[in-house]
Design a protein around this ligand. Structure first.
Ligand SMILES: *[C@@H]1O[C@H](CO)[C@@H](O)[C@H](O)[C@H]1NC(C)=O
Length: 370
């Protein structure tokens, strides 16, 4: 049973939660890395992922990505090439996989892990991938980054992000700092809203089996699951008004303004599974020197309980102090959005400072996750 699969099973049969959790704890910790990261690399296409727990199938993807990155960089630097040439190269990158993928679903913890709390319809997964496309200012391919089409899992020549997308900008700078690339990462997206379940499961399936190279080593969505202060069944209150923004205001806090707007009398709530950051981290990320965990969190006020738990239980700090680099891109929500009674400024300041003190690299902002 895959991790995402077992988490989905919680939803179907809440009673078996702890049985499934037990299954998860039986996953191994994965082999340790064999080589240290080289420090002199500056050009993106020269980066070599240290070989560790990757199967042949992963290596094939990573090798294909590497050779494509080489080619793309050469095009970027070649004075005779045009923007159209670069976009053509990009559109040819991801191909339908011919033949079945031979690799079984594998849920070993990863050395490079992205935890995406508030995955919504999968846009942030796309942005993590897009942020790994090297900007090419000479060909006017830096300000409006190419956008992966999540319906086809292809790049085209007419799909771009708006100037200065915050998540792309911060992810780009993080890959630089860590000297890593998106295709090295296992991605875990956590999303509570049941409306998005079919779409996310289909995305997961297609990302893992239908394209080559795989732009992420592994994609898992934990659907009908929310980041929470404790593991176990809980509720998400649904934003049913902001359709244009994919109902982005859904929250575990019934006082959230978009939830209140959605229904003044009877609030629409869905039963979901709560998962703590500590639990998810332990299941998905290897605690190994030189590892990296990028956490993106945009969960409409739920962040305070989640991060308080992560700090109190000590797991996040333990990873950071074991020399796993931890970046946290956090979209914070103010008391006027989530309700005054749900916000304790002094406690939040303490948690934030404590996480920073133990080495977590924290970037916060009102639109950090967008
Ligand atoms: C982390 O890195 C520091 C500095 O290189 C080293 O002294 C320490 O032993 C490392 N800790 C672990 C747990 O690997």
């Amino acid at each position: 049973m895959t991790l995402a699969g077992s988490l989905r099973a919680y939803v179907a049969t809440l009673g078996v939660f702890f049985v499934a959790l037990h299954t998860l704890t039986q996953f191994g910790t994965g082999p340790s890395p064999t080589s240290a990261k080289s420090r002199h690399l500056s050009l993106q296409h020269d980066k070599q992922e240290p070989k560790s727990s990757q199967g042949q199938h992963d290596d094939e993807s990573i090798e294909k990505m590497r050779s494509w990155r080489n080619q793309y960089q050469q095009l970027c630097q070649d004075e005779r090439s045009t923007k159209e040439d670069l976009l053509r190269s990009l559109s040819e990158l991801l191909q339908p996989r011919t033949g079945a993928s031979s690799e079984p679903n594998n849920d070993e913890p990863c050395k490079y892990t992205i935890l995406d709390f508030g995955a919504n319809v999968g846009d942030s997964l796309g942005k993590f991938i897009d942020s790994g496309i090297e900007p090419c200012p000479g060909k006017d391919l830096d300000k409006n980054p190419p956008r992966l089409d999540l319906d086809t899992i292809r790049y085209s020549n007419d799909n771009f992000h708006k100037r200065g997308n915050p998540l792309i900008r911060s992810s780009r700078s993080i890959w630089k700092q860590v000297e890593s690339l998106p295709e090295w990462y296992c991605y875990y997206g956590v999303e509570g809203n049941p409306r998005f379940t079919p779409r996310l499961l289909s995305l997961e399936e297609r990302f893992n089996h239908d394209v080559l190279p795989q732009p992420m080593r592994r994609v898992r969505f934990l659907t009908q699951t929310v980041g929470a202060g404790k593991d176990g069944p809980t509720k998400i209150y649904l934003d049913t008004v902001n359709e244009a923004q994919n109902f982005w205001g859904s929250s575990i806090l019934p006082a959230h303004k978009d939830v209140v707007k959605s229904d003044g009398s009877v609030q629409a709530a869905a039963s979901v599974e709560g998962i703590t950051l500590s639990t998810l981290l332990l299941k998905t990320a290897q605690k190994v020197e030189g590892g990296h965990v990028l956490i993106k969190m945009d969960i409409e006020g739920g962040e305070y309980a989640v991060l308080d738990e992560a700090y109190q239980r000590g797991v996040l700090c333990d990873y950071a102090q074991s020399n796993v680099t931890i970046h946290l891109i956090l979209e914070t929500h103010r008391p006027d959005v989530i309700g005054e009674s749900n916000f304790d400024l002094e406690k939040w300041r303490n948690v934030k400072q404590s996480l920073r003190d133990c080495g977590v690299i924290l970037q916060t902002g009102r639109d950090a996750g967008r």
